[in-house]
Write a protein that binds this ligand. Structure first.
Ligand code: ATP
Length: 433
């Protein structure tokens, strides 16, 4: 993990938040490369979960919602973790994280365990009074449930269908840590997939496999992924069944994503609290009923961290060791780097034309400083799949070299065919001249 944290900091993926003020515990800022990586993770999820399917539509709900939402969902009463305080240094801990009944920081005596609500509270409007309390959402899911009827009426979708959303969530976690694994502000990628009661068990199994395949399709090593079914005594109050997709993080196997059968719990609660019947009318059987829902819920930062860890390698390169991120091309911040062998104007003019051309389709880097070997290393370290090297010979024969990040193989291609060849390589399709 230390190597990932250091690479992420050094190359501009992830910085501690408000660093010039000493940082803010468990808050992170995504730098020029991190923001691209994170956007690519979200884009890959959206494509796989929404655009590639005709049974899922998207949504972008407000972060601050009516406070009654969180009463109906059970978050006001029950979204809490048990917590103990150290009587000496005042540090707070989750009892489940402690090996011994004393403070891990100072060895001090601990208080009795009490429940601590994880929702961030604030006030809406100019007056700070109880009537104006609102919450920052602790999950994106409720924004979907309260819009169930709106989406149903405007899209005329038939069961089974899903509503997907990506957005920020906030939890005042008692203990954070392991870099971006658990923070207080994070993004979730959630799908609520509505089905007829009775079809829910099979649907949970289907979504579990579909989600596992998403990570594998994006190049994650299957040996670092596993599914874990929740025991009945660890199921959330709303859930009938649940799987965790776990990743073999440096600190051990930990949850990457949860896939739960939430039954009709949320729609039933919102029907009760809002007075609106959130039902579905089945035109074939002429029945009104509340659908069941299967929820795959993934974290953007956790996936990003897992993709980074999984991609990281230190490999022999001639007499040295190179650091390389074997990121899937869909996730890599830069897809291509254009590297002119010299800074001479005649060569850089030519290379810049190629750069401008490739940028129309992809995120492309341009680097003309230091030796070509060092430039390849720099691109390997940030996961750029292909480098295009432009040399003086290129000016004469109109050909450039493509260098492959993973195999380090080099091929010479015509500039006129460069875009098509790179498109084929980046998509994994064969190229026919
Ligand atoms: P954990 O037990 O690890 O805190 P959880 O079971 O509370 O997670 P869920 O409520 O199932 O998490 O949320 C779904 C997903 O959202 C998680 O699998 C994770 O990827 C992400 N997530 C939840 N809490 C956090 C957090 N504090 N920081 C980063 N990601 C989070």
């Amino acid at each position: 993990m230390d190597k990932i944290v250091s690479l992420a900091r050094r190359r501009g993926f992830i910085f501690p938040s408000s660093e010039i003020y000493g940082g803010l515990n468990s808050c992170w800022d995504y730098g020029p490369l991190g923001v691209e990586l994170k956007r690519n993770v979200k884009e890959a999820w959206w494509r796989y979960m929404v655009r590639d399917r005709d049974d899922v539509v998207g949504l972008d709900a407000s972060i601050i919602m009516h406070p009654r939402v969180w009463e109906a969902s059970g978050h006001v009463a029950g979204f809490s973790d048990p917590m103990v305080d150290c009587k000496n240094c005042k540090m707070r801990w989750r009892p489940t994280d402690l090996a011994e009944p004393k403070c891990p920081a100072c060895g001090g005596e601990l208080t009795e365990s009490r429940q601590f609500n994880l929702m961030f509270k604030t006030f809406m409007g100019p007056v700070e009074e109880a009537a104006n309390i609102v919450y920052l959402r602790p999950e994106t899911a409720q924004g979907i449930f309260v819009n169930f009827e709106n989406v149903l009426n405007t899209t005329r979708k038939k069961l089974p269908f899903g509503i997907a959303q990506i957005g920020k969530s906030f939890r005042n976690e008692i203990t954070t840590g392991n870099f971006i694994f658990r923070s207080r502000e994070f993004e979730q990628m959630e799908l609520e997939y509505f089905v007829k009661p009775g079809a829910d068990d099979a649907c949970l199994e289907e979504w579990t496999q579909y989600r596992l395949n998403w990570y594998k399709n994006l190049g994650m090593n299957p040996e670092n992924l596993r599914l874990r079914a929740h025991r009945s005594d660890e199921l959330a109050h709303y859930a009938k069944g649940c799987y965790d997709v776990e990743y073999n993080f440096p600190m051990g196997w930990s949850e990457l994503e949860g896939i739960a059968n939430r039954r009709d719990f949320d729609l039933t609660q919102h029907s009760k609290y809002s007075g609106k019947a959130l039902e579905y009318f089945d035109e074939e059987t002429k029945e009104h009923f509340i659908p069941y829902v299967i929820e795959p819920s993934a974290g953007v930062e956790r996936s990003t961290l897992a993709f980074l860890i999984d991609a990281y390698a230190e490999e022999p390169d001639k007499d040295e060791i190179r650091t390389v991120l074997h990121l899937h091309p869909a996730l890599a911040p830069y897809k291509i780097a254009v590297l002119p062998l010299s800074k001479k104007e005649i060569l850089s003019d030519y290379a810049r034309k190629i750069y401008a051309d490739l940028r129309k389709c992809w995120m492309v880097a341009y680097d003309d400083s230091q030796s070509i070997g060092r430039r390849y290393r720099r691109q390997d370290e940030i996961g750029t799949p292909y480098c295009v090297t432009v040399d003086f010979q290129s000016l004469e024969d109109g050909m450039v070299t493509i260098r492959d990040r993973d195999s380090m193989d080099q091929i010479r291609v015509k500039v006129s065919e460069l875009s098509c060849i790179l498109a084929a390589k980046l998509s994994g399709e064969p190229f026919n001249s």
